[in-house]
Design a protein around this ligand. Structure first.
Ligand code: HPA
Length: 239
């Protein structure tokens, strides 16, 4: 059934949904990797496509920026379209000095200072885990593909702030807690998946180094995400 934010009809969305933040990245992903893909959503420009990869049906759809935005799409996908697994793939900023730009992160756990979790039964719980099955598959997949950068399985900070005027997210304090990178969506995805008994994973490429003040251009990112795509496609093969 169509929802307020997804126009697809029942059966038009696969059980496995891959989600970048940027809807144009979803379009490029479908054009590059999927066969027989068709547009299944363009409400609010949040492009989604369903096709096949090596014979397996998958949907790729944007989720926007922030906990709130991914939360809307993930909830509707899981509850109205019988989606079983969502894998977000995106970019993150590194806190830990041992991590380099273009390294790939398997997000075992997501931490958040926000109270977003309250809506899904996680009041007072600032850290939520990814699905064990998907973490395991991601670890295996990362060893089976040829890649040029390191892969780290760690805890991420799902921050509410990309911009801020005050120094609230201090890299060293996070590293002390075992939190090595920052993005803006994982915690909401994990809260929703867990609450609904579904599966979720966040796979990230380090696009910036927050502590070293290193940044990359959008053109560099287009190429730099190749390792993550290889791991992601290998996970899909294994599902
Ligand atoms: N902060 C939050 N999200 C991000 C960042 C960042 O520095 N880099 C990429 N995604």
């Amino acid at each position: 059934m169509p929802t307020p934010h997804i126009q697809a009809k029942k059966g038009e969305i696969a059980k496995i949904v891959l989600m970048p933040g940027d809807p144009l990245r979803a379009k490029l992903f479908a054009e590059t990797y999927l066969e027989n893909y068709r547009l299944i959503n363009e409400v609010r420009g949040m492009l989604g496509y369903t096709g096949t990869y090596k014979g397996k049906e998958v949907t790729v759809m944007g989720h926007g920026m922030g906990l709130d935005s991914i939360g809307i799409y993930a909830y509707e996908l899981y509850t109205e379209f019988e989606v079983e697994k969502i894998i977000r793939f995106g970019s993150c900023g590194a806190y830990n000095l041992d991590i380099n730009v273009w390294d790939v992160i398997i997000s075992e756990k997501a931490y958040s200072k926000s109270n977003y979790g309250e809506g899904f039964g996680f009041e007072g719980k600032d850290t939520i885990s990814a699905s064990k099955n998907l973490i395991q598959l991601a670890k295996e997949a990362s060893k089976e593909v040829e890649i040029n950068h390191n892969v780290l399985t760690t805890k991420i900070n799902s921050s509410m702030w990309f911009y801020k005027t005050h120094n609230v997210d201090v890299p060293e304090q996070f590293v002390k807690k075992g939190i090595d990178v920052v993005e803006m969506e994982g915690y909401a995805l994990y809260a929703i998946a867990k609450s609904l008994g579904k599966e979720a994973l966040v796979l990230l490429t380090v696009s910036d180094h927050v502590a070293k003040h290193e940044y990359t251009t959008s053109e560099e990112r287009r190429i730099g995400f190749t390792d993550m795509f290889k791991i992601l496609l290998k996970i899909v093969e294994k599902l």
